[in-house]
Design a protein around this ligand. Sequence first.
Ligand code: FES
Length: 159
Amino acid sequence: MPTPPALADLEGRLGAILADHAACEGPLLPILHAVQAEWGHVPQEALPIIAGALNISRAELHGVVSFYHDFREAPAGRHMLKVCRAEACQARGGRAVEDAARARLGIDWHETTATGGMTLEPVYCLGLCATGPAVMLDGRVVARVDEARLDALLAEVEA
Ligand code: FES
């Protein structure tokens, strides 16, 4: 993953993103997606600039950012574990994998470990319903996950 530009470049880069969306109808979500693509999260420092450009309140903007779990308010960890919480995986024992992931990492959904090593996110179907429980680690989808397999996966990335 390329290193995101430093926040020192924020005003310039954000200005370009806002200019790119100036003619866009309903530009807020596209802007937030572009900001997150640029920095890996939506930096707090960007909020007043975006709010000013779109003539909305900071509270309104914060409400949108926090409503959509796709938007991160802090940088993600070096690794990303997504655990399927959808019905088919739950029927195949996914709840135990969910509980084990949170317990092993010591964090809850949408959180990152204190070392910055791992972010844990729920996901709702990875397309492996017949071979669940399924997880995705750094973009790699893994089927038939149980607690032992989860431990092995976490050991691979030393999370
Ligand atoms: S329900 Fe988990 S992969 Fe489809």
